[in-house]
Design a protein. Structure first.
Length: 107
């Protein structure tokens, strides 16, 4: 396991935000990690290795329903933008969202 790589990822892409009730989904965190790896030309570790590395870094997921979340954490940086755009096909392809085509805000 490459803990220095996970530490760099955490430094670049994850911020603590205890002011929000939102929590980062663990699957989204892994997707963010893969985006970060692509942008930084690194080989991503498998999902189970990523989860173990987070645990070793003191980040403990909490089960919420059928998913696992990382409370008090949110994504940031260029990899977050890449992940969001690539995981939302409607945005990436310019398709209408909620039946409405995208239009810039007036003014």
């Amino acid at each position: 396991m490459n803990s220095p790589q996970i530490r760099l990822f955490l430094r670049d892409c994850i911020v603590r935000d205890e002011t929000t009730d939102d929590a980062l989904d663990l699957d989204a965190a892994y997707g963010l990690y893969v985006s970060w790896c692509v942008l930084n030309r690194k080989i991503p570790v498998p999902d189970h290795t990523f989860r173990t590395a987070l645990h070793l870094e003191g980040i403990r997921p909490r089960k919420q329903g059928r998913t696992h979340i990382l409370p008090g954490l949110r994504m940031t940086g260029p990899a977050a933008t890449d992940y969001i755009l690539n995981s939302s096909p409607n945005w990436a392809e310019g398709d209408p969202i909620d039946g409405q085509p995208f239009a810039p805000a007036a003014g």
